[in-house]
Design a protein. Structure first.
Lengths: 278, 251
């Protein structure tokens, strides 16, 4: 109950914290640190099958620098598989994915670009505290020689996601929504060119869903970072997206702005976005 | 086909782990953390097992030797059995059961809940970050555990030899015979075996853990698989390591 109330307070504070850059809030430390290059992504006709199961069947999509694209699709349509391809965890059977014109399977790609992902399961390390989880990338890659500078960035990231007071807490003591926000903070400190969100609101209550939506919008407006979100949460998609892509049977069925998608005459798109209960 | 895939996977992981051992000094904190876990989980149980194993060796062998008037050799028999075979095997089984199983469960759970994927997305090599510290800690800890269990086992054998009326040796006689027969080569023999067993257990348990896919049920079956595979490989390799040591005149 106490945790719920804290989450509610956080929800109210989130926007004011992130927007108080001029006010000298610790959130501004991270916003200054994030020097986003705003890169574009080109998904060029990728195909992928697992045995006889053809998951991606020639999927093509262009994402502009700084754009927030939501990929909508029903369960099992290949959304998460697509994300795993974009971040390089899976290799396509055919086709290529380019980030800023560079093939992501190029051996030198990771030297030039950082792609961060917020996993559906949050994927926090249970043996590390919240702040250690967020600091992991910075520590392992020795980004800061000065530990105090590192701690400043970490607390700034936790401030942005509204969890500054939870830095010493272990992930097992956090709610699902809090874990998702810690995962977002961990992705932010990587100073990524692109952030991928895999079902960011799955299993969250409406308050937490709104918080995640606000965080994505703030990253879009304040940092102008390229974001790709896969979800089947229609409300979130229309709230955060610059463009929405409808994924159906391993192909992009339709791409457009939220208004264009709402006005779509494609029956599959209409079926997908229409209210569930009327 | 599965046999070749697993053997190839184990050898591949071993090679990659040996490669990443170059980063062991910069990751010494993780190695020490693993050493602490291994010590914490095995020392009390190891002492108990070793005490009673040494005792039962003296209990079984003592009266038989006494029938032929050879009871003075109990010390040597207990000492050599422990350092060459029983110590390394018991310590390996203890480590595989208590530490190896926990290692597999932890890595399997990390695989299932996408934590390994998260490491990869952060460009952190899972073998360097997770396997190498466990590998080094186990290769270092197992020989130390063997020495610790040997000494306690000798002590257990000594107590039974003194207390058991069918043997009834003085501790001096027991210890003298033990120190005459147990030489540096015999101790090293056991420690070399322990080191190899440490390599086998750590690589098998980490490999099975990292390859786990599915859900909680698969985590459980991975643990069983890793422990059984470790036991079998330790016992089979024991025979071949002994053959090699005999061939090299080290046994």
């Amino acid at each position: 109950m106490e945790q719920k109330l804290q989450e509610q307070n956080t929800n109210d504070n989130l926007l004011s914290t992130i927007t108080s850059k001029e006010g000298g809030s610790s959130a501004s430390v991270l916003l200054d640190y994030l020097k986003c290059a705003s890169v574009g992504v080109k998904i060029d006709n990728i195909k992928r099958s697992f045995g006889d199961n053809y998951v991606l069947r020639g999927l093509a999509l262009d994402i502009q620098p700084g754009e927030t694209v939501v990929i909508l699709g029903k369960s099992g349509s290949g959304k998460s598989v697509l994300m795993r391809h974009i971040i390089g965890l899976e290799c396509p059977d055919a086709g290529h994915i380019y980030v800023a014109g560079e093939d992501i399977n190029n051996p030198d790609f990771k030297k030039n670009h950082v792609i961060a992902m917020v996993f559906q399961s949050s994927a926090l390390f249970n043996s590390l505290s919240v702040s250690e989880n967020v600091a992991l990338y910075l520590r392992e890659h020795k980004i800061f020689a000065d530990e105090s500078e590192l701690k400043q960035i970490v607390s700034s990231a936790l401030d942005i996601v509204g969890l500054r007071d939870k830095d010493d807490v272990m992930p097992s003591q956090l709610s699902g929504g809090m874990k998702r926000r810690v995962a977002a903070a961990r992705a932010l400190v990587m100073n990524p060119d692109i952030i991928l969100f895999d079902e960011p609101t799955a299993g969250l209550d409406p308050m937490m869903t709104r918080t995640m939506g606000d965080l994505i919008c703030d990253l879009k407006n304040k940092v102008e970072i390229t974001q790709i979100i896969v979800t089947h949460d229609i409300d979130l998609a229309f709230y955060v997206a610059d463009r929405i892509a409808i994924l159906n049977e391993g192909r992009i069925l339709e791409v457009g702005t939220p208004e264009q998608i709402r006005a779509s005459v494609n029956s599959a798109t209409i079926d997908f976005i229409k209210p569930q209960f009327e | 086909m599965g046999f070749f895939r697993i053997t190839g996977g184990l050898l591949g992981l071993l090679m990659e782990t040996l490669y990443w051992c170059k980063a062991s000094f910069s990751n010494s904190d993780k190695v020490f953390a693993q050493l602490y876990i291994i010590g914490n989980q095995t020392l009390p149980v190891g002492a108990l097992i070793a005490l009673f194993s040494g005792g039962v060796l003296a209990l079984q062998a003592g009266p038989t030797l006494a029938q032929f008037g050879l009871e003075e050799n109990v010390g040597g028999l207990v000492g050599l059995s422990l350092v060459k075979e029983i110590g390394p095997i018991m310590a390996s089984i203890l480590i595989a059961g208590r530490v190896g199983s926990a290692m597999t469960a932890e890595l399997a759970s990390m695989s299932v809940y996408e934590e390994i994927d998260a490491l990869k997305t952060m460009d952190i090599n899972p073998v360097r970050y997770l396997v190498m510290p466990r590998f080094i800690a186990m290769v270092l800890a197992l020989p130390i555990l063997v020495i610790y269990m040997d000494v306690i086992g000798w002590f257990g054998g000594g107590i039974v030899s003194v207390v058991n009326p069918e043997v009834h040796l003085s501790f001096d006689v027991y210890y003298r015979n033990l120190s005459e027969l147990v030489d540096f080569t015999a101790v090293m023999n056991g420690l070399i075996k322990a080191m190899f067993f440490g390599i086998i257990i750590s690589i098998v348990c980490c490999y099975v853990g990292l390859k786990t896919k599915g859900g909680p049920r698969e985590i459980g079956s991975s643990v069983t698989k890793a422990v059984v595979m470790s036991f079998v490989l330790v016992l089979v390799s024991d025979y071949y390591i002994t053959r090699i040591l005999l061939f090299l005149n080290l046994d």
